[in-house]
Design a protein around this ligand. Structure first.
Ligand code: ADP
Ligand code: ZN
Length: 569
């Protein structure tokens, strides 16, 4: 099922919308179950859908002819707007990975099934856990804040005596996999009380009134137990902002939310019951949830910094035989934007590779393989059918990304470039690790655009304008996204000054077209510059591509060696 060449993704680890993307097959299921309220039709690769419970999701745009009619026949509101997806660029971006898609995904339906299965894994069961703060590495601020809550659960009388009103609800918010569930369990464990977990997504597709009664049951159970921790994961599924006009799309969702609010207000003071909720997106929550007496303590759970990553890696490798050559400090440095869950997964996969080849210990080689798997999926084992021409194109494309990164700024680190295709459809990638810092400068953003354009630029120089491939499609998506944010959201363009696109759009003021033109100009200017750099360094580009074709994967020291051999010459 070899599809034409190459579409290439620059995955910037954007933590805000990953979770909102659902497979197209799952979307169809929702559609058939009558759960889809609105679909925004446009020409972007992903389209926005809104479910009856006001959950906003993205799914793949099928771009088929009968799609609109099918939607209409299901009673879905179709909104056709070629609106600019105007997501604000998070200031912390960039693990930039350039992937090249060679094959279509086969496993999509399997994935959909898995996702369906995992949707309701958290059961309404009661158990207290043995998990404590010792099991949570990093997350210092969150632990400090929760320490107080633990003390309150243990000694509510003292707080009562001093007339202190502690929060009844704690909201943990932050990227997926950062340890929110783990922290909630640890609170119960440290306080030595029962833990009652549910997930907001369990309430999404229930019959009328069932959501509310489930909430009441849950609280009843917790109260019967006396002191306890109730945990509501994915609270945004029931606590989404209501529409401006006060009418929510889903009465059922409101009823569940109201039941939750009523239960929380109905607590007696100082009972020793605490409700902990978690969400990846605090910005979509209904303000009613955040008022005093509800989730009035909000604790951010952040992606781990380099030190926290080191701690997490140490913790999760404790029970694994690591070879002496493995340097966890170095690994921590190379895993920027990895969540705790991803780090855990990395070590787990590495251990499985080690077992598979009957090794005694986990070596760097196993970790490298696992790193690849965590980022892009399994390596494709049968690579015999890839033509030499395809290999060459991928090699030049990826070398283009890598070289631009190195040539525009020596401090950029390119840790890995690979043209090994993965079973998930990725044909190759180039991984560069940006400096870990709080803000991105305008110059950084320009550099990132140029790195994203490096793949296409290399193709054009080497194979000619008529032979550029589809491989750059997601690179261009990424580059456009950054350029548009620069102009429209970040006040970084001289022509447009401090104007903000969101405000313009909300007031329906038509500067949009000009902004699009300016975005296009910026991309063209930077593309020209990228091309020039690569033409000047053509010999270096050839060298790197050739080594890639021979060795398939180049690591940081290879890349630095190749670059410096040319500097010396
Ligand atoms: P979230 O609820 O934020 O999505 P989880 O708490 O479910 O994340 O984390 C999933 C797994 O990732 C945990 O069970 C644990 O193995 C690992 N993990 C995440 N964060 C940490 C951390 N700070 N310390 C140790 N392990 C972590
Ligand atoms: Zn690319």
């Amino acid at each position: 099922m070899s599809i034409t060449l190459v579409s290439s993704i620059f995955v910037y680890n954007k933590n805000y919308n990953k979770d909102n993307i659902i497979p197209y097959t799952l979307f169809l299921k929702h559609l058939n179950n009558g759960l889809v309220k609105e679909v925004y039709l446009n020409d972007t690769p992903k389209i926005k859908i809104v479910l009856d419970n006001n959950n906003e999701l993205l799914t793949d745009n099928p771009r088929t002819e009968g799609f609109k009619e099918a939607l209409l026949m299901h009673g879905v509101d179709v909104i056709e707007k070629n609106q600019i997806e105007n997501q604000i660029l998070p200031l912390l971006i960039l693990i930039s990975l350039a992937f090249t898609l060679v094959y279509f995904r086969k496993n999509i339906s399997k994935q959909a099934e898995k996702e369906m299965a995992s949707m309701s894994v958290i059961e309404n069961s009661d158990y207290s856990t043995q998990i404590g703060f010792k099991d949570v590495a990093g997350n210092k601020e969150a632990k400090a804040s929760l320490g107080e809550i633990i003390d309150y659960i243990k000694n509510p009388e003292i707080y009562k005596e001093f007339g202190v009103r502690l929060p009844r609800g704690v909201l943990l918010y932050g990227s997926p996999g950062t340890g929110k569930t783990l922290l909630a369990k640890a609170v119960a464990g440290e306080a030595n009380v029962p833990f009652y977990p549910v997930s907001g997504s369990d309430f999404v597709q229930v019959y009328a009134g069932l959501g509310a009664s489930r909430i009441r049951d849950l609280f009843k159970k917790a109260k019967e137990a006396g002191k306890s921790v109730i945990f509501i994961d994915e609270i945004d599924c029931i606590g989404k902002k209501r529409r401006n006009n006060g009418i929510s799309g889903s009465e059922e969702g409101d009823r569940t939310l109201n039941a939750l609010l009523a239960e929380m207000s109905g607590f007696k003071e100082n009972e020793g019951i605490v409700v902990v909720a978690a969400t990846n997106r605090i910005d979509v929550l209904d303000e009613a949830l955040l008022r005093p007496g509800r989730f009035d303590r909000q604790v951010e759970v952040e992606l781990p910094d380099i030190n926290a990553r080191y701690e997490i890696l140490k913790l999760h490798s404790k029970n694994k035989p690591l070879s002496n050559e493995v340097d966890l400090k170095k690994l921590a440095a190379e895993t920027i934007y990895f969540s705790g869950a991803k780090l855990e997964n990395l070590l787990n996969e590495a251990a499985m590779f080690a077992i598979r080849v009957k090794a005694k210990r986990i070596t760097n080689e196993h970790i490298n393989k696992a790193y690849y798997k965590v980022l892009v999926g399994d390596e494709k084992l049968d690579r015999s059918y890839i033509t030499n021409k395809d290999k060459e194109i991928t090699a030049y494309h990826e070398a283009g990304h890598a070289l631009i990164a190195k040539l525009i700024d020596k401090t950029n680190r390119v840790t890995k470039v690979s043209i090994i295709p993965s079973t998930s459809g990725v044909g190759g990638f180039s991984l560069n690790i940006p400096e870990e810092k709080m803000y991105k400068t305008k110059k950084d953003l320009y550099s990132n655009i140029m790195i994203a354009l490096g793949g296409r630029a290399a193709e054009e120089i080497v194979f000619g304008k008529d032979n550029i491939t589809t491989g750059a499609s997601s690179d261009l998506e990424k580059a456009t996204d950054i350029a548009l944010s620069l102009v429209g959201n970040l006040g970084m363009d001289d022509d447009f000054g401090l104007i903000n696109l969101n405000v313009l759009m909300s007031k329906d003021i038509r500067e949009n077209k000009k902004i699009v033109m300016r975005t296009k100009e910026i991309l063209e200017e930077l593309y020209e510059e990228t091309i020039e750099i690569l033409i000047k360094s053509r010999a270096l580009l050839d060298k790197m591509s050739n080594e890639l074709i021979i060795r398939e994967t180049l690591y940081e020291n290879d890349i630095n060696r190749i670059c410096s051999s040319f500097e010396a010459a």
